[in-house]
Design a protein around this ligand. Structure first.
Ligand code: PBG
Ligand code: ZN
Length: 319
């Protein structure tokens, strides 16, 4: 017998009842870039619609986030002063700490996740301490921990280590607990691949490595099995949420993780993925709205509980 699948696709009334995956504003986390200085709203050339804001103008974007009712923001700070020890990452009055305090005070309804990594703060642009041309693992852990504790003390609701040093989740968890911050959750960038899709972000966050690349700490894009081991290790170390990044080229990894683990999963729809959609849309080659909703729906269908995306504000409007 031929089954007639089309009976349940006849018109939008029945299609919407049959729909298995539905996007909601609370699915999204919106990345926000805060830069040192005054009266700044810098467009990021490779990411149309995305800007770096100075603290005094951060309100412009926070109002929109609040109005959209999205889940929260992922905050990235861009300091003026960079040095080999990334000192601006963990000083009390660092750019990111000040931004967190301002948001906490004026927009208490916005959930603040802060990206924990040193590459925006180091003069060499790597995610850890450097010796010669080596990126050091164990020596980096105390710095990441200090950064996480400092930002949680400033009022961050959640910390999200993206550095890919081994053992950082355990180190940060211990640091937070010792500082009386046991209630602050960790979202680990667990399966983070060494990807060309981060190109536009490095312009946005001034975080391109000054020499070499990130392949000695981020994952090889060919490895799915290893991704599961990375995720298992982070859960073991105490991660509350685990992440796969980038999204579209790694939905197989996301799906596999969803079937394997019961921890909440996040996916990062990264800058290069956003840039490709925007570029094609601006040329009139694709229908931006439909492409964005299709991509985001696919991420949720594959198993993401949280989607970190530069499309968040647009997507809410299109829902
Ligand atoms: C910092 C960090 C990066 C991204 C998030 N956190 C860049 C990198 O690892 O080089 C990428 C985000 C994006 O491309 O949108 N380590
Ligand atoms: Zn980094």
């Amino acid at each position: 017998m031929m089954y007639r699948f089309r009976r349940l696709r006849k018109d939008e009334r029945i299609r919407s009842m049959m729909r298995e995956t539905r996007l909601h504003p609370k699915d999204f986390i919106y990345p926000v870039f805060v830069i040192e200085g005054e009266d700044i709203k810098n467009p990021v050339a490779s990411m149309p619609g995305i800007f770096q804001y100075s603290i005094d103008r951060l309100g412009e974007i926070l109002e929109k986030v609040r109005e959209a009712g999205i889940g929260g923001i992922m905050l990235f700070g861009i300091p003026k002063q960079k040095d080999p020890e990334a000192s601006q990452a963990y000083v009390k009055d660092g750019i990111t700490q000040r931004a967190v305090r301002l948001i906490k005070e004026n927009y208490p309804e916005i959930y603040i996740v802060v990206d924990i990594c040193l590459c925006e703060y180091t003069s060499h642009g790597h995610c850890g301490m450097v010796c010669g041309d080596e990126i050091l693992n164990d020596e980096t852990l105390p710095y990441l921990t200090r950064m996480a504790v400092s930002l949680a003390e400033a009022g961050a609701d959640m910390v999200a280590p993206s550095d890919m040093m081994d053992g950082r989740v355990a180190a940060i968890r211990e640091g937070l607990d010792k500082a009386g911050l046991a209630q602050v959750p960790i979202m680990a960038y667990s399966a983070k691949f060494a990807s060309a899709y981060y190109g536009p972000f490095r312009e946005a966050a001034h975080s391109a490595p000054g020499f070499g690349d990130r392949r000695s700490y981020q994952m090889d894009c060919a490895n799915g099995q290893e991704a599961l081991r990375e995720i298992a290790a982070d859960i073991e170390e105490g991660a509350d949420i685990v992440m796969v990044k980038p999204a579209l080229a790694y939905l197989d990894v996301l799906k596999e993780a969803a079937l394997t683990f019961d921890a909440p999963l996040a996916v990062y729809n990264v800058s290069g993925e956003y840039a490709m959609v925007k570029a094609a849309a601006e040329n009139g080659w694709i229908d931006e709205k439909r492409i964005v909703m299709e991509n985001l729906t696919a991420m949720k269908r594959a198993g993401a509980k949280i989607i970190i995306t530069y499309h968040a504000l647009d997507a809410v409007e299109w829902m």
